[in-house]
Design a protein around this ligand. Structure first.
Ligand SMILES: NC(=O)c1ccc[n+]([C@@H]2O[C@H](COP(=O)([O-])OP(=O)(O)OC[C@H]3O[C@@H](n4cnc5c(N)ncnc54)[C@H](OP(=O)(O)O)[C@@H]3O)[C@@H](O)[C@H]2O)c1
Length: 339
């Protein structure tokens, strides 16, 4: 049986690993000692908003704190936050067997490149997780929204498509992962807005002013993509430019037209909100930061995304004292910077 390694046992890693192990995959989880020792008491439970509820007993979990535990794995899923990628890449390069397949299931557009540069003897593929996973405590990891995984097409993946499908994680093999990642980045621009709102995603996206903030951020990014020749993949029912417009319609109309976008667990939150809550560094530099960098490469500006980046930095600094932004306050702030 192929052995699957999880590099970064957190929300996404434990959810994906747990779903795969439940259907018989042999899974090794590498994570931080505190989280792993908590799992030794609780076991691992994976749930979703459509009724999945599966539990793995603590003694069934192969938990490790060092990358060397992945030395025998044929497939390794990298699920650390972007800030940790460069360090993890060096560790993986030292310990993985040649020819192992490594999939970056991270947000941001550059993580697979960083891994690939450090791992010439392994096959590194970009991946994308479209859904949200929340850590609910007591070893429970909950998928709160919908969507199928994307992975760069590669012949070596055929050995895994069966187990991923049985796990309810059927993936799309994509020939243009950069387009997928730039498309996902547009959606992830909401992570900062969600974190600043201090609300669950569904409550935040149900309010027009927050959606208008997202629309401003997306339209700014789309103009830069267009100037740079980047063609983002359409990942929602509407093409990206149309979605940016739909976001601005009144609440009653949005609820009617965007039912799929709001089809999520009312408790789901962005992982950027979770990072702020836990006092961790967020991924804002790999999300809003990419738009700001793109603007500067083009000799242009990205004031809306630069403001969101700045507000998240301030929230990181403020820790538990950070403020919550109402939709109207945030919109006024973003409109003033883009005027
Ligand atoms: N959560 C979501 O809903 C979601 C959805 C789609 C995509 N994503 C993306 O998926 C990626 C993972 O997100 P996540 O929310 O699962 O992150 P997470 O909960 O923070 O999990 C990552 C875990 O890996 C640990 N880690 C980092 N470096 C390590 C090392 N060298 N050895 C052992 N453990 C290490 C982290 O510990 P420390 O915190 O101590 O570093 C953390 O516990 C991100 O790029 C995120 O944007 C997340």
């Amino acid at each position: 049986m192929h052995s699957v390694g999880i590099m970064g046992a957190g929300s996404v890693g434990l959810y994906l690993g747990g779903c795969l192990q439940v259907v018989g995959a042999s899974v090794v989880y590498v994570g931080r000692p505190t989280l792993l020792s908590a799992l030794q008491n609780t076991g691992l439970r994976v749930t979703d908003y459509l009724g999945r509820d599966q539990t793995l007993a603590a003694d069934a979990l192969n938990l490790a704190t060092h990358v060397s535990a992945l030395a025998h794995c044929d497939l390794v899923l990298v699920t650390v936050k972007s800030a940790a990628t460069a360090d993890v890449a060096l560790d993986l390069a030292q310990h993985l067997k040649p020819g192992a397949i490594v999939i970056s299931f991270q947000n941001g557009v550059r993580n697979a490149e960083v891994l690939r540069a450090a791992m010439p003897s392994q096959t590194v593929l970009a991946g994308m997780v479209p859904f949200n996973v929340l850590s609910c405590g007591d070893g429970r990891f909950h998928q709160g929204s919908f969507g199928a995984l994307d992975v760069a097409a590669h012949e070596g993946l055929s050995a895994y498509s069966g187990v991923f499908s049985r796990a309810g994680l059927a993936f799309n093999a994509q020939n243009d992962m950069p387009a997928v990642l730039w498309g996902k980045l547009l959606l992830n621009l909401n992570n900062a807005i969600n974190a600043l709102s201090n609300l669950p995603l569904k409550a935040e996206l149900s309010q027009r002013d927050y959606r208008r903030c997202l629309s401003l951020a997306q339209r700014e990014a789309l103009a830069l993509y267009s100037a740079a020749g980047i063609k983002p993949m359409q990942l929602t029912a509407l093409p990206p430019h149309w979605l940016a417009r739909l976001l601005t319609v009144p609440d009653w109309l949005f609820k009617r037209l965007a039912q799929r976008m709001l089809a999520m667990d009312p408790l789901a939150r962005s992982s950027m909100w979770e990072d702020l809550e836990a006092g961790r560094r967020t991924e804002v530099d790999w999300i809003q930061g990419e738009v700001v960098t793109l603007a500067s490469e083009l000799g242009s500006r990205a004031p809306v995304n630069a403001s969101l980046l700045q507000l998240i930095r301030e929230a990181e600094q403020a820790g538990a004292d950070r403020r919550s932004w109402s939709g109207a306050e945030l919109l006024a702030r973003l409109q003033s910077t883009s005027a």
